[in-house]
Design a protein around this ligand. Structure first.
Ligand SMILES: [Zn+2]
Ligand SMILES: [Zn+2]
Length: 300
């Protein structure tokens, strides 16, 4: 009798626990997985899925840099609306990749303007036509070629184009008074980068772009990076930019040496580390090695 009671109690308890766990799990899945980190009183970053988003809640309006994917940008818009009654004045795209522009569509009818480099718009259109996703795009209505500076919401925002890098249309986005610069995917913090040669990427030019960036901004500048490896921040300092620049230099040098030594592409791709940049670990090393190999062996 006692034993039967015990069993029944245990069964109930287990059942109750399972139910509680199920509810807990359901709650976790319903909660958006995004994270907002404020860098100043008005400027923050949003991370969920895709390239890091930066935003500014100014007195005269809201500015957003990059948009991740539609679901994520909706999460961001919902959160920012809770924080500010001001209109969305400007959406900036650092470049055309889907993890930065697919979410533009959530800003349709919401943001006054979308700005990006002229090549970013061309690339976004080309990809959308190829992938038949034109109806899912919100394209920039403003583009520039060298520099774009505007006092958008009472604070000056400047976009700079320093040449080909991760693509041929990467903007550096400077929030001038607060000295914060969004580097887009020009910096992968301790993570192997995507080098989009199909959109005009060039590693040796990318190294020069980072030189220009470090000359333009100062040692107090806060940099925002498109991506970082697990355990590393998506914001950082000039030292992090320098480290990534060294990675790109080491990548080109190493691949060049291997080619000179008569190694085949397959052999070169077997490398597990770029000598001189051991902090770059994990998956994805074949992508930059392939890009470096193609860049160094290109005949045109
Ligand atoms: Zn990205
Ligand atoms: Zn990208």
């Amino acid at each position: 009798m006692q034993r039967r009671n015990f069993l029944r109690t245990t069964a109930l308890t287990t059942g109750g626990l399972l139910l509680a766990q199920k509810e807990l799990l359901a709650n976790i899945f319903q909660q958006p997985a995004f994270k907002i980190t404020m860098l100043t009183k008005d400027i923050g970053i949003f991370t969920e899925k895709g390239g890091t988003i930066a935003f500014m809640l100014a007195k005269k309006g809201i500015v957003v840099v990059d948009a991740q994917f539609p679901e994520q940008s909706q999460h961001l818009i919902d959160e920012l609306k809770k924080q500010s009654q001001q209109p969305f004045k400007l959406l900036v795209n650092t470049h055309h990749h889907g993890d930065h522009t697919a979410g533009n569509i959530s800003f349709k009818g919401i943001t006054e303007h979308v700005v990006a480099h002229a090549n970013s718009l061309t690339n976004q259109k080309n990809v959308a036509v190829t992938q038949k996703t034109e109806d899912k795009q919100l394209y920039p209505d403003q583009t520039y070629t060298d520099t774009w500076c505007e006092p958008v919401v009472g604070e000056k925002i400047c976009l700079y184009y320093y040449g080909a890098g991760h693509t041929n249309g990467d903007s550096l986005v400077h929030i001038v008074d607060d000295n914060i610069v969004h580097m887009g995917d020009l910096v992968f913090n301790r993570r192997h980068p995507f080098i989009d040669r199909s959109a005009g990427a060039n590693i040796s030019s990318w190294i020069k772009v980072l030189d220009k960036a470090m000359n333009k901004f100062d040692h107090k500048t806060t940099y925002v990076f498109g991506h970082a490896a697990d355990g590393y921040n998506v914001t950082g300092t000039k030292e992090d930019v320098k480290a990534f620049q060294a990675y790109l230099t080491n990548l080109l040098n190493y691949t060049g040496e291997q080619i000179k030594a008569g190694k085949s592409k397959d052999d070169i791709l077997k490398a597990t580390e770029i000598p001189g940049s051991p902090e770059w670990k994990g998956d994805g090393i074949q992508r930059p090695l392939t890009a470096a190999y193609e860049e160094l062996t290109a005949t045109t």
